[in-house]
Design a protein around this ligand. Structure first.
Ligand SMILES: [Cu+2]
Length: 510
């Protein structure tokens, strides 16, 4: 009897200790999982503005740029040398800029010790020039894609896309902006002096491990790497002096996994003027703009003389359940940039009431077919990405309606190469204003279904696929990606050349 009692007491104590330990561990994990830099950033570093890339014009009128991918070190903090990668410099890259209808050529040289690619995110261009995982540039090799810019003014960007290694290459510093201009937007009274009242903001979250950039994914972070602070254009604690009453911010979320909701602590409204692929039809006043990885937004902020205003990222609305919010970044707050207004400001012209006209069909008339995409971390439509398999074949010159659904219990987003699409519906409703402009990447919290209208009017190439994928780069690298080709009517897709499917980090095709 007493022996059984003793056993029971010991057993009871063990169970109590285990329960308390697990409970304590969970409480510790839960309370330590959200991050905030609100009110804790010194803003003592002048914001770096990425230089405009030099270019020359060929005899045939082609604008030619040079980009060199290389390794180096960057001093983010005084006296601390961090190993990084960059284009033409040690971190990030210059801003390429070209006008609609211009022919461009970019001479890229890979001086890294491993193969990579350069993808033109948001650009409408032939599949062979797209810089996806089929256009690998071996170490020491060069690649010179060329195309005619054939889309409205927009804030696009470029970054590597080697299958299985994209997150690592982007997080090392390989990213830059590509601004497209056009005549119509050039005539609008919008802030347009680069680096003065028109500020490019490449936003990334980082975490330092000593001098090194940490890229490790934390326990329970199922979206990928999440940093504990942000930087803009490679500047930690950035401030920018401004001298105009209207300041245009071209926001790019160049983070590998984090979703931001940008706004201002004083609750001031700003005007959203452009989304991923260019201008909205009219400016829309709002207090927050949510950007998942890869998305862009252009906003105009009104400044008062002498004030200091913080651009903050707030916990995004509708990010997921409490678990996702806590462990995947949805409860986090960051002070991103301080705008310091001069004591006297130049008055900016009023924003125009009408900005542009959406060049994307609404898809309800003349859409030849629909397709469905089920987003799962294990793969899209139940299949993990395979380089040698074409998932979808699209006929050139047609409009399609794609239904994209995320029921995977975690946030995802969806990016389609080559096109700017129109969001028709979000969960059966008309999309909110921030999704009414041209888009190439959309955020889908768990439980969301979106219908998108896409028009495929580029050249057909049955042998070279474009990608569609989750732009949370950890998910993309894991295989949350598929391939489509654009063909002439009646043409068949031809399977891309055989490719090792297991050696994810060694696809070297010069
Ligand atoms: Cu995802």
């Amino acid at each position: 009897m007493s022996r059984i009692k003793r056993v029971l007491i010991v057993l009871g104590s063990v169970v109590t200790v285990v329960v308390l330990t697990i409970g304590g561990l969970f409480t510790w994990l839960w309370t330590g999982a959200d991050v905030s830099t609100a009110g804790r950033v010194d803003f003592d570093e002048k914001l770096a503005i990425p230089p405009l890339a030099k270019s020359s014009v060929d005899k045939d009128g082609t604008r030619v740029f040079d980009l060199r991918m290389r390794a180096g070190t960057t001093e983010f903090k005084d006296g601390v040398k961090t190993p990084t990668w960059g284009f033409n410099g040690s971190y990030l890259g210059p801003t390429l800029r070209a006008a609609r209808d211009e022919r461009v050529r970019v001479r890229i040289r890979n001086d890294l010790a491993e193969a990579s690619t350069v993808h033109w995110h948001g650009m409408h261009l032939p599949a062979r020039m797209d810089g996806g995982p089929h256009q690998m540039i071996a170490p020491g090799a060069a690649w010179s894609p060329h195309w005619t810019v054939d889309q409205p003014a927009a804030t696009l960007w470029y970054h590597p896309h080697p299958h299985g290694s994209t997150a690592r290459h982007v997080a090392r510093g390989l990213a830059g902006l590509f601004l497209v201009d056009d005549k119509e937007s050039g005539r609008l009274p919008l802030p347009k002096r680069y680096g003065v009242d028109d500020l490019p903001l490449v936003v990334q979250d980082v975490r330092f491990d000593g001098a090194k950039l940490d890229t490790g994914r934390g326990f329970l972070q199922n979206v990928g790497f999440l940093g504990d602070r942000t930087m803009v254009n490679g500047t930690l604690n950035p401030y920018q002096e401004v001298h105009d009453t209207h300041i245009r911010l071209r926001l790019l979320n160049a983070s590998t996994a984090r979703t931001y909701a940008f706004g201002f602590p004083d609750g001031r409204a700003f005007s959203l003027i452009a989304t991923d692929g260019g201008l909205l039809e009219r400016p829309t006043s709002m207090e927050r703009v949510r950007l998942s990885p890869g998305e862009r937004a252009e906003i105009v902020v009104r400044m008062r003389a002498g004030e200091r205003v913080t651009l903050r990222s707030f916990p995004p609305d509708d990010y997921g359940d409490a678990w996702q919010r806590r462990f995947s970044g949805g409860d986090d707050t960051f002070d991103v940039l301080e705008l310091r207004a001069a004591d006297r400001l130049r008055p900016s012209p009023r924003l125009p009431a009408v900005l542009g006209r959406l060049e994307i069909p609404d898809g309800e008339e003349g859409a030849v077919r629909g397709r469905h995409f089920d987003l799962k971390r294990s793969g899209i439509n139940g299949r993990e990405m395979a380089m040698g398999r074409v998932d979808e074949t699209v006929t050139r010159g047609t409009t399609e309606v794609w239904t994209v659904r995320n029921g995977n219990g975690m946030p995802h987003n969806f990016h389609v190469h080559d096109v700017q699409f129109r969001v028709l519906e979000v969960d059966g409703e008309k999309p909110p204003p921030a999704l009414r402009g041209p888009k190439d990447t959309v955020f889908l919290p768990d439980g969301t279904t979106m219908r998108l209208a896409l028009r495929f009017d580029g050249p057909a190439d049955p042998e070279t696929p474009y990608m569609y994928h989750c732009h949370l780069l950890y998910h993309e690298d894991e295989g949350m990606m598929g391939q489509f080709v654009v063909v002439e009517k009646g043409q068949r897709a031809r399977i891309p050349a055989p490719h090792p499917t297991h050696a994810r980090h060694t696809h070297g095709r010069g």
